[in-house]
Design a protein around this ligand. Structure first.
Ligand code: NAD
Ligand code: SAH
Length: 415
């Protein structure tokens, strides 16, 4: 079936973006060299749902160079870059179903189109493909050997399905590989969230009070980089251990009700709905900025914002001004969707190179071993994590010490 993209004429601009990403994705380039020779995906149909921008396009091409037939869509209605999807679709080698600002119906249609190519392996980000394969399109599940999941919330959903004995095929928790979450969730989100907020608002971060909801892997990266930019950082948490970590890292920890009147910029990164709701919105300062870096558009309650507002006005790209009855103005970025991807290019290239190296190698592992795997949630094999780390060090020209035999014996001594 032909690709469905917004405007194929945008392809030259998208191709430049992909070339730039390719130049900096050293690990994926090495993997591609091997895939071109070994063709581990020869004749295998792959279905991908992940933010469709330049780095993802490069991943799709690398998988294709390994012999796969690749169909790809986005995983968020606002993160697809139309020039990139045009470039990827242009030569007809990869099938693309995605455009930016899709309606909920179009978004689901594009996911369904990918599934209708009958993929044997899937790459999911957030669980939408898996959701359809266990709901509306469950008749397509038997031909799926398995897949990989890119993000925290998607993995949580898979574990719930598995606990209920409903998961129909093996899924690898790529998010939980060390070479993924330690770098992508922390440093990737840390940089790209501020990139997105700064591009969108053109305001300074220094001197502002930034409230970060959630001190998980994403939250700590966002807080660390806000501190580095000169902000006063406040954390809200529900987990006592993570709250103490935030305190020991030098941040104030408050309840959201206490933080609401203090914050200039709020960033949610919890994966949970209703983190900022009416009771908080009523306490916010005039001019407060609200952004989400967690999951979908549910962490900041848009229904509550709309109910409290007398008017709503798009005053800059990706900035919506809500005027409340008492005259205060609140600003919601990127419709409450992932601010780093909807108003930026997402994580930096070198970070996605790590995550996507883990993805490519785990998909290869799945395809080679699918016969032996039962339905369930699997960890990425340790060797893949280690291999990606070592290849990254090599690419950086960094050498490690090695244990001598005496040191090894010393470590293994029982008494
Ligand atoms: P995590 O589990 O490490 O952290 C989430 C934290 O939020 C936990 O410490 C939890 O205790 C806390 N929390 C939960 N409910 C809360 C509440 N109501 N108030 C305050 N804190 C609360 O997860 P993570 O890896 O940091 O991912 C967080 C979310 O971001 C997930 O939805 C994930 O899918 C998404 N994510 C986004 C990006 C991105 O590019 N923007 C990147 C990676 C992950
Ligand atoms: N689909 C959901 C899930 C969150 S996506 C949603 O849109 O709300 C979070 C994931 O996006 C992260 O795990 C990260 O690996 C991925 N990501 C971040 N920057 C990216 C980029 N530039 N390209 C592709 N994926 C990216």
């Amino acid at each position: 079936m032909p690709s469905e993209v917004r405007d194929i004429k945008l392809a030259p601009q998208g191709e430049q973006k992909i070339r730039w990403a390719e130049r900096h994705m050293k690990l994926l380039n090495r993997i591609r060299e091997r895939f071109l020779v070994e063709k581990p995906f020869k004749g295998v149909r792959l279905g991908l749902s992940i933010h469709l921008e330049a780095k993802t396009a490069q991943l799709a091409r690398v998988l294709h160079s390994g012999g796969a037939e690749v169909a790809v869509t986005g995983c968020n209605p606002l993160s697809t870059q139309d020039d990139v999807s045009a470039a990827l679709a242009q030569d007809g080698q990869i099938t693309v179903y995605a455009w930016r600002s899709s309606t909920p119906e179009e978004y689901e249609h594009h996911l369904s189109q990918v599934l209708k190519t009958r993929p044997q392996a899937i790459l999911d980000d957030g669980g939408d493909l898996v959701g359809l394969l266990h709901g509306k399109l469950s008749e397509l599940a038997p031909s799926v050997w398995g897949g990989t999941e890119e993000t925290t919330t998607g993995v949580r959903r898979l574990r719930t399905l598995a606990q209920q004995n409903k998961l129909r095929f093996p899924m690898f928790a790529v998010n939980d590989a060390q070479m993924k979450y330690l770098f992508d969730n922390r440093y990737g989100t840390g940089q790209s969230v501020w990139d997105g907020i700064m591009r969108t608002t053109n305001l300074s971060i220094a001197g502002k009070t930034v409230v970060v909801a959630g001190y998980g892997w994403c939250g700590r990266g966002i807080a660390m980089r806000a501190h580095g930019l000169g902000a006063n950082v406040v954390i809200t948490e529900i987990d006592p251990i993570r709250a103490i970590e935030a305190v020991m890292d030098g941040f104030r920890v408050l309840r959201m009700e206490q933080a609401a009147p203090l914050g200039d910029i709020f960033v949610t990164a919890t994966g949970v709905r209703d983190v900022i709701t009416e009771k908080h919105l009523k306490l916010l300062k005039d001019g407060a900025i609200l952004a989400n870096a967690g999951h979908f558009d549910v962490e900041i309650s848009k229904p509550d914002l709309k109910r409290l507002a007398v008017s709503q006005n798009a005053i800059r790209p990706n900035v919506e001004e809500f005027t409340l009855r008492d005259g205060r103005h609140l600003y919601l970025l990127a419709e409450g969707r992932l601010v780093n991807l909807a108003s930026g290019d997402g994580h930096p290239v070198e970070i996605m190179d790590l995550s996507f190296a883990v993805q490519a190698l785990t998909l290869e592992y799945l395809v080679r071993h699918h016969d032996e795997l039962k339905p369930g949630v699997y960890s990425v094999p340790k060797e893949i994590d280690q291999h990606v780390a070592r290849t990254k060090l090599e690419a950086l020209g960094i050498a490690l010490d090695e244990l001598s035999s005496a040191q090894r014996a010393y470590l293994e001594k029982a008494g």
